[in-house]
Design a protein around this ligand. Structure first.
Ligand SMILES: Cc1ncc(COP(=O)(O)O)c(C=O)c1O
Length: 366
């Protein structure tokens, strides 16, 4: 007989991540260098050269524990956003921060609102902490239904997970709608505004840090994994009222952000040229996808992320396998309840071209 797990763990589904290059290589017998991975919304241009230089100068400090208060990065971000250093918390990616929010704020009997579909980790964290998930489907245009979310709030509501721009749909809540929404969320509800893709927003967006200055029930999450290209370093941060931060710090691992990660993030902030280049390339390549989808008569959702959602009119699982045979990893929308849709991360021009070539074959033959 094996040791019995907790009830909340028994009910917990395994979290499904995009396949890593290593596991895909082993499964399909394709060398890692020949794989085009467009399934994890990663940055296909790597990271800034300034990051590489900075981390190479740190060997002498490796035998010490890193600064657990992340002082330098905290101060730099505090200046950048004009908000106190105490309003920040750092995590091993925003994955960890989402986990901490669940541990500190969600328990049995709490209702937790999830815009459906959105980032899947919100669901696991809610279930692990025995919260009840209240799903609010996106609209026909795949936009977040803020009015419906407001309607579903009651005395039991504890947390709203709001990903803006939303993964996997790529939609963004317009600034005025968002402002009005935040104002109307009652103060007993913690609003988690996950802005992992904020840098890719096409058009104007308000200074959402103002919400933190104004309200003590909002936490903003951001990450160095996307526009800065530092996904493997695992650096995310939250910005919120001190009352929220203090409770998250109680459940956080005492030392969670390594020296190399802290060094990399600091250097990345010094290279705006690099992120500007990434954002420009992303826009250009999204435009390429739109043009090609239109030629193929495929419905797509204009994106504010570094990925695009497209309806191919045939089974996503089938298409995923066909892409895999050609060494391309994309995300099958069925995982998000979007049958016949694919989520494709934006790659380099030659990679996106290859995606379109394969897509043409799949769509033509089926
Ligand atoms: C919406 C959203 N939030 C959070 C994360 C996690 O990011 P991180 O690498 O900072 O853990 C992701 C990763 O893809 C994401 O899409």
């Amino acid at each position: 007989m094996s040791v019995k797990e907790k009830k909340s763990v028994e009910r917990l589904p395994k979290y499904k991540l995009a396949k890593s290059l290593k596991s895909f290589s082993l499964e399909y017998g394709i060398e890692e260098k020949d794989i085009i991975k467009l399934a994890g919304n990663e940055n296909r241009y790597g990271c800034s050269r300034k990051v590489l230089e900075a981390i190479n100068n740190k060997e002498s400090d490796f035998s010490f524990y890193p600064d657990m208060n992340v002082t330098l990065l905290r101060e730099k971000l505090s200046k950048k956003y004009n908000i106190n250093p105490e309003n920040f918390i750092f995590g091993n990616g925003s994955f960890e921060l989402i986990t901490l929010i669940g541990e500190a704020f969600i328990s049995s009997g709490n209702e937790v609102i999830y815009n459906d579909p959105s980032f899947g980790w919100y669901l696991n964290v809610t279930l692990k902490n025995e919260g009840t998930i209240i799903r609010v489907p996106v609209t026909e245009d795949k936009a977040v239904d803020t009015e419906e979310i407001l309607k579903r709030i009651n005395d039991k509501t504890k947390v709203i997970w709001l990903c803006n721009p939303n993964n996997p749909t790529g939609t963004v809540i317009p600034s005025e709608v968002l402002k009005d929404f935040v104002e109307r969320v009652p103060h007993h509800v913690l609003l988690v505004l996950d802005e992992a893709y904020i840098d890719f927003i096409d058009g104007d967006y308000i200074d959402t840090i103002d919400f933190v200055r104004k309200y003590n029930n909002v936490i903003i999450l951001r990450t160095f994994s996307k526009s800065y290209g530092l996904a493997s370093f695992r650096i995310g941060y939250g910005i919120a009222d001190v009352s929220i931060i203090e409770n998250l710090l109680k459940v956080k691992l005492p030392i969670n952000l390594g020296l190399v990660a802290q060094t990399a993030a600091l250097a990345a902030l010094d290279d705006e040229e690099f992120t500007d280049f990434i954002i420009k390339k992303n826009r250009e390549q999204l435009q390429y996808y739109y043009t090609e989808f239109e030629k193929l008569n495929l419905r797509y959702i204009p994106s504010n992320g570094n990925f695009v959602l497209v309806n191919i009119g045939i089974s996503g699982t089938f298409a995923e396998k066909e892409f895999a045979k050609k060494g391309i990893i994309i995300r099958n929308g069925e995982e998000f309840g979007l049958d016949e849709w694919l989520r494709i991360s934006v790659g380099k021009p030659e990679e996106n071209k290859k995606v379109i070539e394969v897509l043409k074959e799949i769509v033509k033959e089926n």
